[in-house]
Design a protein around this ligand. Structure first.
Ligand SMILES: Cc1ncc(COP(=O)(O)O)c(C=O)c1O
Length: 451
């Protein structure tokens, strides 16, 4: 991509601006998800996309970007992947979409998920990660006959009333570091939910151990992302997931891994395969749908049996619909191709190392943190182990400058430092080299503005 042309192109984002003005009239906030609002970083207005193909997206003004936003995760195979797209078109043309009756393809999909993800002995489809989390919690409460859920500050588990708490709370209202209080995402939550939540700092073995020792017999589940991917990218410290597994097992608490982001991305079997820690229940979405809306909860048969017995009802008009099932079957076929993750890790490893080298070479206090195709750049010198570290020390202002400089050079990712960069199977060596060229040209401006 010619950088000068791209810079010139970006001066002409008038179609996006115009469309956003029109959208504001008829769509509350102008976009259909909070993560696309100016408040979330897309200021003064989000780019309106015309189309995507492979590793690239094109906005309505004709600007082309190497895409590391990837729809916030689902486009793991790249945009309009042939296998997934054709499977969906064929299914719709030849068979239909929704029947309120099962199709045989659901069994095929369940078998693939069970063979791919270590913890999954049985599963159930849903349409979104939010729904799957909601069901995982219901299953855990029904199974243990306990009420409370441990949930970690800085994580996001969807927008249901039961867990849309303490994602990024203002520190003034969030209580002490070692003993945070539940903070709702906003008004409108039914009262009393806070009594069912225990909010803990992540990567804190002592806090987890103390809480489970003192209150283990009230706790139904520990709900966690195995890597924290909704406050930038924070890795579990060595031994932390293992301790979580040990403590939950000892107190008969259901351990739930929310692998909506990590699943099928950092390994076919997700973070549980990568780290070798097997939870009781797993929430899956994004990565296995090839860009189509599908999600699932799965895990130990003993827990999933509550659905079979009719103790826990799992409903959903669109659950297991033909679009979702055909897309997921085709996507998993692709993901099960031998050697494919080595290639993904080679491409993304080159990118992560290249960015890290350039950060070093300009002397910026910054580092790249992540695993393979999932990472973030932290602009800080300080250690970041949990949400509070990130809230206190991450230089969001520098991230913003980097984001602007990269976008001007045709490289797109989410403008919020608490999101991630995603690499797809469609990204090429050439994409990486172009991205690193952009990094090289962008960083001096970040350094200049560092103050
Ligand atoms: C870790 C995690 N869990 C759950 C969700 C909710 O998934 P969905 O947007 O499909 O409802 C998300 C969404 O980004 C997520 O990152």
């Amino acid at each position: 991509m010619n950088v000068e042309n791209q810079l010139a192109g970006l001066k002409n984002t008038s179609q996006s601006a115009l469309l956003f003005e029109q959208a504001l009239e008829v769509i509350a906030s102008g976009v259909n998800s909070t993560a696309r609002t100016p408040r979330s970083g897309w200021s003064p207005y989000p780019l309106f996309v015309h189309h995507g193909t492979g590793s690239r997206i094109f906005d309505v003004d004709g600007n082309e970007f190497i895409d590391y936003l990837l729809g916030l995760g689902p486009m793991l195979l790249g945009h309009r992947h042939e296998q997934a797209t054709n499977a969906v078109i064929r299914f719709i043309r030849e068979r239909g979409t929704v029947f309120a009756l099962p199709v045989a393809d659901e069994i095929e999909l369940a078998r693939k998920l069970i063979s791919a993800v270590p913890s999954v002995e049985q599963m159930h489809l849903t349409n979104s990660g939010t729904e799957a989390v909601l069901y995982a919690l219901r299953l855990a409460r029904a199974y243990t006959r306990r009420k409370k859920i441990i949930r970690f500050e800085g994580m996001y588990h969807g927008f249901s009333d039961s867990v849309y708490w303490s994602k990024h709370p203002p520190l003034e209202t969030a209580g002490p570091d070692s003993n945070p209080v539940p903070v709702p995402q906003g008004p409108g939550m039914p009262s009393g939910i806070e009594n069912s939540l225990i909010i803990l700092p992540w990567n804190d073995c002592e806090a987890l151990d103390r809480t489970i020792r003192e209150r283990g017999d009230e706790i139904a589940a520990v709900l966690t992302e195995p890597m924290m991917c909704n406050t930038g990218c924070i890795l579990p410290e060595p031994g932390y997931l293992e301790l979580m597994r040990k403590l939950t097992q000892q107190s008969e608490i259901v351990l739930i891994f929310d692998e909506v982001i990590t699943g099928f991305r950092i390994a076919l079997g997700g973070a549980q395969q990568y780290y070798g820690v097997t939870p009781d229940l797993t929430v899956m979405a994004k990565g296995f749908g090839g860009g189509f809306p599908v999600a699932a909860v799965g895990g130990k048969k003993a827990i999933m049996q509550l659905v079979a017995e009719g103790t826990v009802s799992m409903a959903g008009t669109y659950s297991g619909n033909g679009i979702a099932v055909s897309a997921a079957n085709a996507t998993l076929d692709f993901l099960m191709t031998p050697g494919i993750y080595q290639k993904l890790f080679a491409t993304s490893g080159r990118l992560m190392r290249g960015i890290a080298e350039q950060l070093d070479s300009v002397g910026l206090h910054a580092r790249v943190v992540g695993v393979g195709p999932l990472f973030q750049v932290w602009f800080t010198n300080s250690a970041i182990r949990n949400y509070r570290d990130a809230a206190r020390y991450a230089r969001k202002d520098l991230f913003r400058i980097w984001w602007e400089q990269m976008m001007k050079r045709g490289v797109l990712f989410h403008p919020d430092a608490f999101e991630n960069l995603f690499v797809s199977f469609a990204h090429t060596e050439e994409d990486v080299e172009r991205t690193l060229d952009a990094v090289k040209n962008a960083l001096p401006e970040v350094k200049r503005r560092m103050g």
